[in-house]
Design a protein around this ligand. Structure first.
Ligand code: ATP
Ligand code: F6P
Length: 459
């Protein structure tokens, strides 16, 4: 990452890490601010960041180097022992997931467990060509490819809003008066601005891949980007925006198959499911908040369209939102699957995310299929215009896990009950969740995880 303070580097780094982790890549953030706080304590006033102060400058370089070295060692450990790989989670970055080799190639949707690369986000200002050259050289020496992501922003209103949104609650300003904190942070920015150099195509021997995001995407400048992962990241960045938004999700009303305990199929709603559909408009109206418009996305299956039938909002059908394809197990109950195909049943319990139904899909396949839906949700940027997805259990688990940063192991066990509406409001460093229910009973279709240790996060 490259950029002056309060330019959204941490925000962007976290989004990239979460997106890539969700797609099955091992990703981890190395935040130099955290290294600094660990080394010298949280509260440091703006003069600590004065580049002309020799001792402090040396100290800041030392923590930046330490973070860089940790990052490079992480890559080495990751390459040596894939079983210790990690996905980024909120604060504790290590969540073991399926081992995958290190490479910059993508395993296309659901090609077993093989494939994608390991990505570290080195989150610091990296605001001089000299510092970037140092990063570039050290990474190349250790066989790690580099791409720089710079955020440039000269809009004072955005910068002040950023300081208020995230910096006032930072440990750097714990207990300090808000005006004094804004004033100090602005002076910290000035310290960096004294020697800040924007990315240029000539640095790093003229071989520098970078993407420069100007004023939150008004302009995107791309230089020498190569390979699948780099172009994926560029495309993701092109779709990011900071418009405040909320998304609503609900499963279809209870279906006749839900009542019979059968999976898959294309059943009609049950009488209770139908009642839920009739009550959905008022449930939404009561909880819309600032949203004045809604667009409804359904799958192409009858149960979602029947659930949306009473909503007087524009509707769109997405084939991508269809439920996980259960292949040869379609229209069976879990008991029938266990009886007829015991080996498959147990294999799925052992690794639900990767298990692919014969002739059908795995959760890993489903995530790849849902990627355009996530991109569209990220791209959506009309204020007060919310999206409501009327979806399915597995599909909504995958979407929910993206926003709430669940590991791929936890994803297939997220609890998304019938007859409940979930509202998600992404915030700078997280996501706010509200759930609304209506008093229409429904069966419980959730099968718990057979590894109880992980059940605590299986909401
Ligand atoms: P620091 O160098 O102090 O760590 P930072 O550059 O990492 O600062 P963040 O802490 O990530 O800045 O700032 C978060 C804020 O940036 C959020 O309020 C978010 O809305 C906003 N933001 C996100 N993307 C951008 C962008 N491309 N340009 C400007 N602001 C952005
Ligand atoms: O039971 C409802 C359902 O939507 C099925 O159609 C689907 O196969 C299942 O949920 C997915 O949940 P799980 O992955 O836990 O079996």
């Amino acid at each position: 990452m490259v950029g002056l303070p309060a330019r959204g580097k941490t925000y962007v780094a976290r989004k990239i890490a979460r997106y890539l982790a969700w797609l099955g890549h091992h990703s981890r953030i190395f935040n130099v601010g955290n290294y600094r706080r660990n080394a010298v304590g949280a509260v440091q006033m703006h003069d600590f960041f004065d580049p002309t102060h020799p001792e402090n400058a040396a100290l800041r370089k030392e923590v930046a180097d330490r973070a860089l070295e940790d990052m490079l060692q992480w890559f080495e450990r990751a390459g040596d022992s894939p079983a210790t790989g990690a996905v980024m989670t909120k604060d504790s970055p290590i969540t073991p997931i399926t081992p995958r080799p290190r490479s910059d190639s993508l395993s296309l949707s659901g090609v077993g467990k093989a494939g994608p690369g390991w990505v570290a986000l080195y989150d610091a200002t990296n605001s001089t060509t000299e510092r970037r050259q140092n990063i570039y050289d050290k990474c190349l020496e250790r066989g790690v490819q580099v791409m720089f992501v710079e955020s440039v922003c000269d809009r004072e209103d955005i910068i002040v809003a950023n300081i208020k949104e995230v910096k006032l609650s930072s440990p750097d300003y714990a207990g300090m008066d808000a005006d004094a904190a804004v004033e100090d942070f602005s002076r910290r920015i000035s310290q960096y601005a004294k020697y800040y150099e924007t990315l240029t195509p000539t640095e790093c021997q003229g071989e520098i891949p970078f993407v420069k995001v100007v004023n939150v995407g008004d302009q995107i400048i791309v230089n020498k980007v190569k390979g699948y992962l780099q172009s994926r990241i560029v495309y993701f960045l092109m779709n990011l925006n900071i418009t405040p938004k909320s998304f609503f999700f609900t499963r279809h009303g209870e279906s006749m198959f839900n009542v019979q305990g059968k999976i898959g199929g294309d059943a009609n709603l049950s009488p209770q499911g139908h009642t839920f559909a009739t009550k959905l408009p008022e449930l939404l109206a009561a909880n819309l908040g600032p949203e004045t418009r809604l667009t409804v996305w359904t799958s192409t299956l009858k149960r979602t369209m029947q659930t949306a039938a009473y909503l007087a909002w524009p509707q769109l059908q997405w084939k991508q939102l269809d439920e996980l394809d259960s292949g040869f197990c379609d229209q069976l109950t879990y008991e029938e699957i266990e009886e007829k195909f015991p080996a498959d049943f147990s294999e799925r319990d052992q690794d639900k995310f990767n298990y692919r139904y014969h002739g059908g899909e795995s959760y890993r396949d489903l995530v790849q299929r849902l990627e355009p839906v996530i991109m569209e949700l990220e791209r959506h940027h009309e204020p007060n215009h919310a999206i409501l997805i009327v979806g399915h259990q597995a599909v909504l688990r995958a979407i929910y896990a993206y926003f709430l940063n669940y590991s791929l192991e936890e994803l297939p066990y997220v609890k998304i009950p019938l007859h409940a509406v979930v509202k998600l409001t992404p915030k700078a460093y997280g996501c706010m969740e509200e759930r609304y229910t209506v008093d229409v009973p429904a069966v419980d279709t959730h099968r718990s995880m057979p590894h109880p240790a992980l059940n605590s996060r299986a909401k």
